[in-house]
Design a protein around this ligand. Structure first.
Ligand code: PMP
Ligand code: GLN
Length: 381
């Protein structure tokens, strides 16, 4: 492994899911639903395969049907206009969009400011691009960004702000005021913004606001999202980026040499999914909100300190009430102790103290699975 990838060995999600398989524990670690997305959408993929749509290399930027559907989605939910031919790029999940954006936009030595705890691919992709990660720590309780601190972190080497709202793992949803302040800073210091909004439809408190909609931001922002979360189809790996044509062209250049194109039949099916009526999106959100409250109550009863998330399908907890301080050791031992897998937030921080005792649980699971996990976690007391 080269020095750039030093310290990025195995992702925590793979490690903890392997632990769940090996021990037979309930996996509330890696974020993937245990109920597949809408049947109509799955059938659409089968139909596309049968009818020979997308079985051979689709166009590099994505099939036109999906690019149009993404453009319509951005208008319908966010009032943003993107030309489906030049301002939309389909990627192999949001993960590829993040990688391609960073590889395309960073020069070696460029600084990237990102919230920590950060989704693990940010750190690895900044490293692969030769960039320098500059963390802005979101601290418990509340996990709000310190905007004065953010301003102080900007240097002449800062190229890009890497945002994530709703934020994995803390569940923070940036407010209009926070986004306005970040946007103002980006304009003032002429920074690019790459914003990961994969949980855009999973907001339980407040509302999701895309930073691309703020004054002066459209021209400098790459917005990334994914069908994996919104339609409970994480295995399909359909993601996308929307941005002005020159930025999309840059990201597309990198994408060409990462995957060349993304899987064809799924693209047709996701084009249908994006056009589902509002009731689908609202129903999904209401269901997850209920699951959030179910798991949050259960975790509190089991003795955890709970940080209720405003969005995403994760709950960050603190294990201090158990007299424990090391989230990683706690998560390694948890399957053995009570048959549950979780993810230590500590690995998402550069600052070793900031998240040492934080543990994340996902609630995108069947009610009975959540209930059983809570019963098991109660044995910890
Ligand atoms: N960003 C965040 C914040 C995520 O939680 C995930 C989750 N998997 C991704 C990106 C990757 O999305 P995808 O599966 O579409 O690559
Ligand atoms: N985003 C998911 C999570 O945070 C996992 C995705 C992955 O395993 N790379 O759990």
């Amino acid at each position: 492994l080269n020095r750039r990838l030093d310290g990025h060995g195995t992702t925590i999600f793979a490690e903890m899911s392997a632990l769940a398989v090996a021990t037979g524990a309930i996996n509330l670690g890696q974020g993937f639903p245990d109920t597949d997305g809408p049947e109509q959408v799955r059938e659409a993929a089968v139909r596309a395969i049968r009818e020979g749509r997308g079985n051979q290399y689709p166009p590099g930027p994505g099939v036109p049907e999906l690019r149009h559907a993404i453009s319509e989605h951005q208008r319908r939910f966010h009032g943003l206009e993107f030309d489906p031919d030049t301002e939309v790029l389909v990627t192999a999940g949001a993960t590829e969009a993040i990688a391609a954006a960073l590889l395309a936009l960073l020069e070696p030595g460029d600084e990237v400011i990102a919230f920590e705890p950060f989704y693990d691919s940010y750190a690895a992709c900044i490293a692969m691009a030769g960039g320098v990660r500059v963390p802005l720590t979101l601290r418990a309780p509340g996990f709000r960004p310190d905007l004065d601190r953010l301003r102080a972190l900007v240097t002449p080497r800062t190229r890009l702000l890497l945002l994530n709202t709703p934020h994995n793992p803390t569940g923070t949803v940036l407010t209009r005021e926070e986004l306005a302040a970040i946007a103002e800073l980006a304009v003032e210091r002429d920074l690019l913004v790459v914003t990961d909004e994969v949980y855009e439809h999973l907001v339980f408190e407040g509302e999701h606001l895309p930073i691309a909609a703020f004054p002066g931001m459209r021209e400098r922002t790459v917005t990334i999202s994914s069908a994996g979360k919104t339609f409970s189809l994480t295995g399909w790996k359909v993601g996308w980026a929307t941005a002005p044509a020159p930025l999309v062209a840059a990201v597309r250049t990198a994408k060409q040499y990462l995957t060349y194109v993304s899987a064809g039949p799924f693209q047709y099916a996701i084009a249908e999914a994006l056009r589902l009526p509002d009731a689908h999106y609202e129903g999904f959100r209401a269901d997850l909100r209920r699951k959030r409250d179910l798991l949050a109550d259960g975790l509190r009863t089991a003795g955890f300190e709970v940080h209720l998330p405003q969005g995403t399908y994760f709950i960050t907890t603190d294990i201090a009430p158990f007299g424990e301080k090391d989230a990683y050791a706690f998560c390694r031992a948890l399957p053995e102790r009570c048959g549950v897998v979780a993810v230590p937030n500590s690995v998402f921080y550069d600052d070793p103290d900031a998240g040492r005792s934080q543990v994340r649980f996902t609630f995108c699971k069947k009610d009975e699975v959540l209930a059983e996990a809570v019963q098991r976690l109660k044995r910890l007391r």
